[in-house]
Design a binder for this molecule. Structure first.
Ligand SMILES: *Cc1c(COP(=O)(O)O)cnc(C)c1O
Length: 403
């Protein structure tokens, strides 16, 4: 059912034969020359009709034509995506816009948006005959890979740096992953993973450059377009940005649905970065990445990415939508976590609440009009980072039991 025609390099534009290249462009001498998957949209339109889609399962495999691989019945039962788009009227007032909806991707099986990519990656690995999947991360990419490996029944090895926080390791271990804590830095864990994957033939989810994983992230954009009922396309869609795959994928999905006639116009994309870790925002203005040593710190670990692999796709999609970037401080993120929880009933991890904080900051600085209709994508569940939540939540009132 997949309507893939091939891969092209986003830097030099040269075509690369599909379907198996999972790396960067073989012609460009540039680690940021990622590949784009191309589709035959005429062929997509013939079978991906509204009537056909409505009858399909409520998960992201419903967009089979626009995914890079043909699935099997088992994978198609993995409950990825089709997360709700919730009206958040009281949060809209706090943020300062006319209307605000939250796309709650914290409800994915392992609690984050990364499930969209991991599910496609694990299926791709299975179909390629891999015997093991691996990645180096402590974040949502790792827990998501471990979860889908467990669902699929393929072993997973996860390399984590020594200083990885215990709560994040717990999720990996519970999913049964082989967790290897490297006595060293994240970079050393990453290198060890790459070396072993090459040597042992394991499937490497060390993402960002793998075009198949980025395609999985696209399904959020496809869903949003389908969910904008009565063609109520928002003025803005706000997404937090680390490597840039998430916003690039959402932009791509919306553009494809626009080309297919499911929405009548493109919303503008608001890319939200941490105030002190904002290389994609700077590249959006200058056309090049800043020196990673210029980055500071942020509590939003999922977007704490000083060398973003997918900045080109992110910048391209935000520009194509006539969008903008904004930076938010940890204080603003903390305030947005409390507001999103208490005014909308959605518990967001810091990197996810950053999108809400970004909308508020963009209204304050005049980038977004107060009459705007906005969607913020909640990319991860707050239970992922209880320590971060406790830092901003305040304390309970200690009281005596009633006599
Ligand atoms: C990974 C992640 C992001 C950012 O996605 P990128 O593709 O790295 O830009 C945002 N929020 C959460 C919760 C994430 O896990």
């Amino acid at each position: 059912m997949s309507c893939v025609t091939g891969l092209t390099c986003i830097n030099c534009g040269v075509g690369v034969p599909a379907p198996d290249s999972a790396g960067v462009c073989p012609h460009c001498d540039d680690p940021f020359s990622v590949l784009d998957v191309q589709y035959d949209l005429n062929r997509v339109a013939r079978t991906m009709t509204r009537v056909a889609i409505t009858a399909r399962p409520a998960n992201h495999w419903r967009y089979a034509e626009l995914l890079p691989i043909d699935g099997d019945d088992n994978a198609f039962r993995w409950p990825v995506g089709w997360t709700p788009l919730l009206s958040a009227d009281r949060l809209a007032v706090w943020v300062g816009v006319q209307a605000l909806r939250l796309k709650d991707d914290g409800r994915n099986p392992t609690g984050s948006f990364k499930d969209r990519a991991s599910s496609v990656g694990v299926l791709h690995a299975l179909q390629g005959g891999a015997t093991r999947v691996a990645c180096a991360s402590t974040g949502n990419a790792a827990s998501s890979l471990a979860g889908f490996a467990a669902m699929a029944g393929i072993p997973a090895t996860i390399f984590v740096p020594q200083k990885a926080p215990d709560p994040k390791i717990a999720q990996l271990l519970i999913y049964g992953a082989d967790v290897r804590r490297v006595r060293g830095s994240y970079a050393q864990a990453y290198d060890m993973c790459s070396t072993l994957c090459e040597r042992e033939g394991w499937y490497n989810r060390n993402c960002a450059i793998n075009p198949y994983l980025v395609e999985g992230k696209k399904t959020c954009g496809l869903e949003l377009a389908e969910q904008f009922s009565d063609d109520r396309v928002p003025d803005w869609v706000a997404v937090s940005v680390g490597d840039g795959c998430t916003i690039a994928g959402i932009g791509r999905g919306l553009q494809q649905m626009r080309a297919l006639g499911w929405i009548s116009r493109m919303p503008r994309l608001l890319g939200v970065q941490a105030a002190h870790v904002r290389p994609v925002m700077e590249a959006f203005v200058s056309g090049a990445l800043p020196d990673p040593s210029s980055c500071g710190a942020t509590m939003a670990d999922s977007i704490d990415v000083p060398v973003p692999r997918n900045w080109r796709k992110a910048v391209r999609e935000v520009k194509a939508s006539e969008g903008a970037f904004i930076g938010v401080t940890d204080e603003e993120i903390g305030a947005a976590m409390r507001a999103t929880g208490s005014l909308a009933g959605v518990f967001a991890e810091p990197a996810a609440a950053a999108a809400v904080a970004g909308v508020r900051a963009a209204v304050e600085s005049g980038v977004i009009d107060s009459g705007a209709d906005v969607v913020a994508v909640i990319t991860g569940n707050g239970l992922k980072d209880i320590r971060g939540a406790m830092q901003v939540a305040g304390s309970p009132r200690d009281v005596e039991p009633m006599a």
